[in-house]
Design a protein around this ligand. Structure first.
Ligand code: FES
Length: 64
């Protein structure tokens, strides 16, 4: 499912980037993909996805 329609970025791609780069913030995630840089409607959904995916990474589970 596309999350960022402006840039054609899917939830799968966002989850992959989070798993690969472990961004600590939305701003960091944006360094790896052009997301939320146009209309901005996807920002909330991307943040939620990012938090959900980080919680599934074992080392982040221990911190949370
Ligand atoms: S939907 Fe992501 S910037 Fe427009």
């Amino acid at each position: 499912m596309y999350v960022c329609l402006c840039n054609g970025i899917s939830d799968k791609k966002i989850r992959q980037a989070v798993r690969q780069y472990h961004p600590q913030s939305f701003q960091q995630l944006r360094k790896f993909m052009p997301i939320g840089n146009q209309c901005g409607k996807c920002v909330r959904a991307v943040r939620e996805l990012m938090e959900d995916e980080l919680l599934q990474i074992p080392e982040f589970k221990e911190i949370a």
